[in-house]
Design a protein around this ligand. Structure first.
Ligand code: SF4
Ligand code: SF4
Length: 149
């Protein structure tokens, strides 16, 4: 028998899922809770590179980790998306580089239009991103993932 959820068009279901995630989204600048809202609507630079997709839209690597949480598939299991690269560069190295490139541990830097923004947090994050050490680490992480820009 067809499940009730199957009767809801896929787009409407995706919208419902997004609305639920947005309800769980924490304030800008506070710890990430894995709500997944950011990656349901935009793709980070790493995702754009790996999947040859544009910035807007759901990321193919977004992975549901519990009823209410999501994780980044490129961090969780790079073998699934780039098996050849994982074999040549090593899974642990790719996971670590992906976590760095997506800003894992930086807190929730996603913000909807009109949403309150923590300016001090954003400025500190930007300054850290500009540091020579960070620039070098970013270059190394991108090279590992085969991204030139
Ligand atoms: S960065 Fe923010 S919007 Fe994205 S998953 Fe984490 S808490 Fe949710
Ligand atoms: S690669 Fe990971 S962090 Fe980037 S958009 Fe996709 S799920 Fe989100």
């Amino acid at each position: 028998m067809m499940e009730r959820a199957d009767l809801v068009p896929q787009e409407a279901r995706a919208d419902l899922v997004l609305q639920e995630a947005l309800k769980r989204k924490p304030k800008h600048g506070t710890p990430c809770n894995g709500c997944g809202a950011c990656c349901m609507v935009t793709r980070c630079g790493l995702a754009q590179h790996v999947f040859s997709l544009g910035e807007f839209g759901r990321c193919p690597a977004l992975t549901q980790t519990s009823a209410t949480t999501y994780g980044c598939g490129l961090v969780l299991d790079p073998r699934k998306y780039v098996p050849a690269r994982a074999a040549s560069k090593g899974v642990a190295a790719l996971r670590q580089a992906a976590a760095f490139l997506i800003g894992s541990g930086n807190g929730c830097d996603a913000g909807r239009a009109g949403e309150w923004r923590d300016k001090a947090y954003a400025a500190a994050l930007e300054a850290r991103g500009r540091s020579a050490e960070n620039v070098k680490a970013r270059r190394r992480a991108k090279l590992l993932w085969g991204a030139s820009k």
